[in-house]
Write a protein that binds this ligand. Structure first.
Ligand SMILES: Cc1cc2nc3c(=O)[nH]c(=O)nc-3n(C[C@H](O)[C@H](O)[C@H](O)COP(=O)(O)OP(=O)(O)OC[C@H]3O[C@@H](n4cnc5c(N)ncnc54)[C@H](O)[C@@H]3O)c2cc1C
Length: 369
């Protein structure tokens, strides 16, 4: 059986990006995905990607190949608390950056990665566990169920689901991302140009699981009415423009990110709540770090050498645990319904809004995961 330098297990966005990046170093890469489920639908999510993720995808010749309406820049962000007037505003102009994030169509991104993989000279798509010096596990949350891996992956369920869908609004989005943080839900309207330019949003609505299930089953008109209520009509009337899909939410990660001959990247290594739109950004930052470590490898060292792989883990440990703490902490803070805590967080939002250096620091953390 042919042997490879690296076997990438899992062909989500992180696995595909890693396979392409390693192939560009001239390594022989085997990419093993899971067989497509019969009747699988197109992903309705849109990801808020940061400059680091965009640079990686651009380097793979994937970013510029995306249709223009599949990537919409966010110029302003408005975060509402759960009291009237409590809000935090971020603007690209104020932060002296071109955009705060770019909302990217998940399905279009997967398609462009697939087409880049078809032309990549050193990547072989495989259907079995072929031998390789290094196995990179990118199976997402499914990695937790892999037998004998020894990564000690543990996640805690939030007992919540995130509903995603595409919406068309009565008013232009003006490139403003709007978010509502409160108890018990977190709702984000991400400006998007599909299906209608200037008037579409990608919805991410995290709710207690039973409420999410009820909303998924609700008639479209009832769902749209709930949405307008939840957003206070700020975007005008909202019409569903896609199916609704939901994902169970959890937090956690692996105790060990690498061992002799294996390494983890993406959701296989860490799972965060989507409230800050950072899960994939973390995963693509893992890819960039792992590739940089492999590129700088001493010629005599093997790819599966644990000492080499620990260099990658050292690069990623601090930014990942910071993001886990921030997203989990925010969620807990906003899940608390006691009046003093509610007042504290709403006053906190207004206070942060007035402190420019703190806002700049928060923006920098979101722009660079
Ligand atoms: C509603 C929602 C909104 C989000 N929004 C954002 C956002 O705005 N910005 C952001 O950065 N992140 C966001 N995220 C997080 C993001 O979706 C994930 O972090 C990202 O998809 C992880 O990518 P991955 O490739 O690591 O894992 P996955 O996407 O889970 O891919 C894993 C792949 O491995 C395959 N696989 C599984 N088991 C096996 C096996 N045994 N063998 C081979 N293959 C296998 C699976 O079929 C899948 O293709 C959001 C998440 C949700 C739920």
């Amino acid at each position: 059986m042919r042997s490879f330098d690296v076997r990438v297990a899992g062909s989500g966005i992180v696995g595909k990006a890693l396979a392409l990046s390693l192939a560009r170093l001239g390594l022989a890469v085997a990419l093993r995905g899971a067989p497509a489920l019969p009747g699988a639908r197109e992903d309705v999510r849109a990801y808020a990607l940061n400059p680091g993720s965009i640079a990686l995808l651009r380097g793979l010749k994937v970013w510029d190949a995306l249709p223009a309406d599949a990537r919409t820049p966010v110029r302003d962000m408005l975060v509402h608390g759960d009291a009237a007037g409590a809000a935090l505003e971020f603007s690209a102009w104020e932060q002296r950056v071109g955009e705060l994030a770019v909302i990217t169509d998940a399905a279009a991104l997967e398609r462009e990665l697939d087409s880049a993989l078809r032309f990549a000279p050193h990547v072989t798509l495989v259907e079995a566990d072929v031998p390789a010096d290094l196995v990179a596990h990118c199976e997402g949350r499914a990695a937790a169920a892999l037998e004998g891996l020894g990564a000690g992956i543990e996640t805690r369920s939030y007992e919540q689901k995130a509903i995603a869908a595409r919406l068309v609004a009565a008013r232009p989005h003006g490139h403003v991302a709007r978010q509502w943080f409160r108890s018990p839900d977190v709702l984000a309207l991400l400006p998007f140009d599909r299906p209608e330019a200037d008037r579409s949003y990608a919805l991410v609505w995290s709710l207690p699981a039973d409420k999410a299930v009820a909303l998924l089953a609700a008639e479209p008109a009832a769902f749209e009415a709930e949405l307008v209520l939840a957003t206070g009509g700020e975007a005008g009337d909202l019409r569903l423009a896609s199916e609704r899909a939901a994902w169970p939410l959890a937090v956690g990660g692996a105790a060990a990110w690498c061992g002799p001959g294996w390494v983890l990247a993406g959701d296989a290594a860490h799972v965060v709540h989507p409230l800050a739109g950072q899960g994939l950004n973390l995963g693509l930052a893992d890819v960039a770090a792992l590739v940089s470590v492999i590129e700088a490898k001493e010629p005599w060292r093997r790819l599966g050498d644990e000492r080499l792989l620990r260099r990658y883990v050292r690069l990623r440990a601090a930014p990942t645990s910071a993001m886990l703490r921030i997203t989990d902490g925010l969620l807990r803070l906003f899940a608390e319904d006691k009046a003093p805590i509610r007042d504290l967080r709403n006053n906190g939002l207004n206070l942060v809004n007035r402190i420019s250096p703190l806002k700049r620091w928060l923006t920098a953390r979101a722009l660079d995961s």
